[in-house]
Design a protein around this ligand. Structure first.
Ligand code: NAD
Length: 469
């Protein structure tokens, strides 16, 4: 007996009734989502503190504010996003209407992780609602506080005939995935991403996979080391390092490493004080399992900053490792914690060769005061996203698509890209019923003269090149 069958059928019936299609309905649901965030702000901040000891400042900027922005952007643009998009026609269809219609897929499943449990559930939800879908949301079971609010409070705001929250861990999610959905949007690890894609393949369901990986960060010799250290330490230790786009390791010359280390030490001290454990601004590791995984990684290379841990509090100090080899444990998996290994390379080409030996990452960073160095890294590598001279910030622009490539994921979202991700792009041609004479060229019995004329109306010709160029 499938425990989800009744819920899924209810949502499907609603979708088929057309209820979610009108702009006014979508806008009302987005407004309701905004009210959910406003009315429950303190409760959400409390849950994020309980789950990850997330500082209210970090929770505001990386969870609530991003959700609000996405909702406001969608509400501001919903009308234009929903319009049919006219496209070019050829001579044969010049008098007809050709356009792309963005239509909802139907019943969408969104599966979220625990590290930004509000953001990574609500932001895709905004896209799915804006595009006119019915949604099943499966929050992470590891961020229990936020999961509870999603299960108990969110459904009071959204139309229950169109939205449902389903709870559970790996087993329950696997059973949920046996059902047919019209689209699956998954954020999580590469390992589970493969399971989700395999489950989706059984129904030929399209997927977006927002996955993880190891994000390289190249630091050139031409840098202001304190600026680099501040930005690197912020990006690595934000949310206790549990950020999918955090710089995972640094590649630089031995000389730059030696200049960077005291600057990193100074940044950590300035951000979190002499004893980071007492700082209210440093988060905690989500679970004992992840704590033990991280503690084991501290054995790689040579420890130069931090390294302290406290199992009771699930605390790992902001840590920097040097003399790390490519095949050591800390370099064999995504770190996803407040540990930053620094590897030395002979120069820019060696760094690029190193990066290109690894899986394509979700994010890639390059620091240099010489813009050609940053551009060179950009030109010679591939990654989901790229940011020169800072960490993480590229994902805060709703004008940029956010997503991975290869093992770091497929598809993208944020802003208008979310609307497009959750919409089927239906190619439409509305022909005129009359003017049949003009169509007779294509009908049998075929005539050679007719073929020439026909091809002239439909075939694309190479544009004339300008002689001056
Ligand atoms: P995870 O893959 O363990 O879990 C993600 C979701 O999948 C959870 O809701 C979980 O309940 C479910 N799940 C877990 N095991 C499952 C299974 N066997 N079958 C079906 N569902 C299962 O990931 P996580 O630990 O929650 O999150 C950390 C990972 O997510 C990291 O790799 C990180 O890089 C990645 N991540 C990526 C992004 C992004 O936007 N690309 C954002 C945040 C996190």
């Amino acid at each position: 007996m499938d425990p989800h069958a009744e819920t899924l059928q209810r949502l499907r019936n609603t979708f088929n009734s057309g209820r979610t299609r009108p702009e006014a309905f979508r806008a009302a649901q987005l407004e309701a989502l905004g009210r959910f965030l406003r009315d429950n702000r303190d409760r959400l901040l409390g849950a994020l503190a309980d789950d990850l000891r997330k500082a209210p400042f970090e929770a505001e900027v990386s969870e609530l504010s991003i959700c609000r922005s996405e909702i406001n952007l969608a509400l501001n643009n919903l009308h234009s996003w929903m319009q049919d998009q006219p496209v070019d026609t050829n001579l044969a269809t010049r008098l007809d209407a050709a356009f792309i219609r963005k239509e909802p897929f139907g019943l969408v499943l969104i599966i979220s992780p625990w590290n930004y449990p509000l953001n990574l559930a609500v932001v895709p939800l905004v896209g799915a609602i804006a595009a006119g879908n019915c949604v099943v949301l499966k929050p992470s079971e590891l961020s229990r506080g936020v999961e509870r609010i999603m299960a108990e409070v969110l459904p009071r705001y959204l139309d229950p005939s169109c939205f449902a929250v389903v709870l559970g861990g790996p087993q329950e999610t696997a059973s949920l995935l046996e059902n047919k959905f019209d689209y699956i949007f998954f954020t999580g690890s590469t390992r589970v991403g493969k399971l989700v894609m395999a489950a989706a393949a059984r129904h030929l369901t399209p997927v977006t996979l927002e996955l993880g990986g190891k994000n390289p960060c190249y630091v050139d010799d031409a840098v202001d080391v304190q600026t680099v250290a501040n930005r690197l330490a912020w990006a690595r230790f934000f949310n206790a390092g549990q950020t999918c786009v955090a710089p995972d390791y640094v590649l630089c010359s031995a000389g730059t490493r030696d200049r960077l280390l005291p600057a990193l030490q100074a940044a950590v001290r300035r951000f979190y004080g002499e004893d980071p454990r007492r700082s209210p601004d440093l988060g905690r590791i989500v679970s004992p399992k992840h704590f033990h995984r991280l503690r084991a990684l501290l054995g790689s290379g040579r420890l130069v900053i931090g390294g302290q841990t406290d199992e009771e509090e699930l605390y790992v100090a902001p840590t920097v490792l040097v003399d790390v080899k490519e095949d050591e444990p800390v370099m064999r998996e995504e770190i996803f914690g407040p540990i930053l290994p620094i590897l030395t390379v002979g120069g820019l080409d060696e760094a690029i060769a190193f990066i290109n030996r690894q899986d394509k990452p979700l994010a890639l960073y390059a620091f240099s005061t010489r813009s050609q160095v940053v551009r060179h890294v950009l030109d010679r590598t591939s990654s989901g996203g790229f940011c020169g001279n800072d960490g993480i910030l590229h994902i805060t622009l709703t004008s940029l698509p956010f997503g991975g490539v290869g093992p770091s994921g497929m598809g993208n979202y944020h802003g208008r890209f979310s609307f497009d991700t959750f919409s089927h792009h239906r190619g439409c041609l509305l022909r005129r019923p009359g003017l049949e004479k003009l169509n007779s060229l294509r009908y049998p019995p075929y005539a050679q003269r007719g073929l020439g004329l026909l091809l002239r109306t439909v075939e694309i010709q190479r544009r004339e090149c300008c002689a001056l160029l």
